[in-house]
Design a protein around this ligand. Structure first.
Ligand SMILES: *Cc1c(COP(=O)(O)O)cnc(C)c1O
Length: 453
């Protein structure tokens, strides 16, 4: 086992370039090498066990190595692993599209497949752009995004991204987008109400001035993920949707992180009865098993492309693995399990349990804010609780906390000074109990214990 670890670690260092990772620093540490998973636990090649406290980067729904999901893939594998949707169809892709149209907000009725959240966002952006083009409104070409938005790492998705640390270096190669503030109650003097007001005023002013050159607004509904698990105060999303409708601008909901029960409803849009024009889903769609994403559109969007071939209104876009039968089969199995096990309902009670467990953090002198929507939790650490002064980024307080959590047996990844806790939806209360204990202990160890000695 140990020699195998050494061999793998050395090959890893020699050949693998890791995403979102400064390799110079990573290569100084002993890499964590995962070998297998069972339920909400991952095991490394040395046999150590870790709770998957971030659902393997926000994907996992039912845990790992789930018999029903494994079987769905095996069954499909005995038929065909891949065939294309370019000009033909396959059985699981059809079944899944029908299911998605049924469970997503009411106006969404057409499903366009891809293979990652970023490609799903590219598709939504291009669809919105060409929608207006096909309708003869060729000036509607730009997009509105929100401060600290994250929509994936391809160039179009980065163009509607607004996290300077990730995106600024690429600015010269991006198309420009309008940016309005995401309502952040913790960082707004006026609290939730003030934050909503600022956002809605900015949106209204922008639409009033420029709606005729704007194709769409793209938003992470209710929870802004990579920007720091920021929770949109009540009412804002609904108002934003109404403004878009009023000013003839499409609404794109990026539910890649929030979809499939994560926020306590099937989709975050459901929390405010919002039905967007385009919706992007990914991550949890296959239970976190295989790379399938989808962009859903209304009939109205679809019909703008529906024409005689000579009119040149076709959507010329596609990916090699679009509608992959293995991925669609496991997505169907995942949705079936979610229904059979009433998982979305259980997210609400599990979220209450987690909230009670994390209440103690309010007494910590470096916990500024505990943000939670369903089983999406962000804990913002601050140097000074009274003034809300942040820790300096170079201190990397978040990295330190996650390092201690790993030593205590739970994996997660911070977003700057925000500790992320996004457990698999299948986590039991007993498991959530242990995971939150580790979370609290690691925050205490890094931010409090030395001062209290
Ligand atoms: C993760 C994420 C994406 C990108 O998805 P990938 O599958 O990593 O390309 C897009 N939007 C949101 C909101 C996300 O959280």
């Amino acid at each position: 086992m140990t020699t195998d670890y050494k061999r793998l670690a050395s090959l890893n260092k020699e050949y693998v370039w890791h995403p979102f990772t400064q390799m110079k620093e990573y290569n100084l540490s002993d890499p964590l090498i995962i070998e297998r998973g069972e339920g909400v636990t991952l095991f490394d090649v040395q046999g150590r066990a870790y709770y998957d406290g971030f659902s393997s980067v926000w994907l996992n729904v039912h845990g790992h190595n789930v018999p029903e999901l494994n079987q769905a893939i095996i069954d499909q594998l005995g038929k065909v692993a891949h065939s294309t949707l370019l000009g033909m169809a396959n059985v699981p892709a059809i079944e899944l599209a029908a299911k998605l149209a049924q469970i997503t907000p009411e106006r969404l009725s057409k499903v366009f497949y891809s293979d990652s959240g970023a490609t799903g966002v590219e598709i939504a952006i291009k669809m919105a752009f060409q929608y207006w083009h096909n309708r003869g409104l060729k000036s509607k070409t730009s997009f509105i995004t929100m401060n600290q938005a994250y929509h994936g790492d391809t160039i179009g998705a980065v163009s509607v991204g607004a996290i300077p640390l990730y995106h600024e270096v690429f600015r010269p190669m991006l198309f420009p987008s309008h940016v309005i503030p995401y309502p952040n109650a913790y960082r707004h003097e006026g609290g939730a109400e003030g934050a909503n007001e600022t956002t809605l005023r900015a949106l209204r002013d922008l639409l009033e001035a420029s709606a005729e050159e704007i194709a769409a607004l793209i938003v992470e509904p209710i929870v802004q993920g990579a920007g720091g698990i920021i929770i949109m105060p009540q009412g804002c999303l609904r108002e934003m949707a109404a403004l878009c409708r009023q000013y003839n601008v499409l609404l794109i909901a990026d539910e890649v992180a929030t979809g499939f029960g994560r926020t306590g409803t099937m989709f975050a849009c459901d929390l405010e009865d919002v039905s967007p024009d385009l919706m992007v889903i990914g991550k949890g769609l296959t239970g976190g098993y295989l790379p399938v994403a989808a962009t859903l559109a209304t009939d109205e969007v679809y019909n703008a492309f529906y024409a005689d071939y000579e009119e040149q209104k076709t959507f010329f876009h596609g990916h090699s693995f679009t509608g992959n039968p293995l991925g669609c089969a496991v997505a169907l199995a995942s949705l079936k399990l979610m229904e059979e096990r009433n998982m979305v309902e259980h997210v609400v009670s599990k979220a209450d349990f987690v909230a009670r467990k994390l209440a103690i953090l309010r007494h910590f002198s470096h916990v500024g804010d505990v943000r939670q929507q369903g089983l999406m939790i962000g804990i913002e650490l601050v140097r000074d609780k009274a003034t809300r002064e942040p820790y300096d980024w170079a201190e990397r307080i978040g990295v330190q906390v996650c390092q201690v959590a790993r030593e205590l047996g739970m994996l997660t990844r911070p977003l700057g000074n925000v500790i992320v806790f996004i457990p698999p939806l299948s986590s039991t209360e007993a498991e959530l109990d242990k995971m939150t204990d580790i979370l609290v202990e690691s925050i205490f160890t890094v931010t409090e214990s030395s001062e209290n000695l």
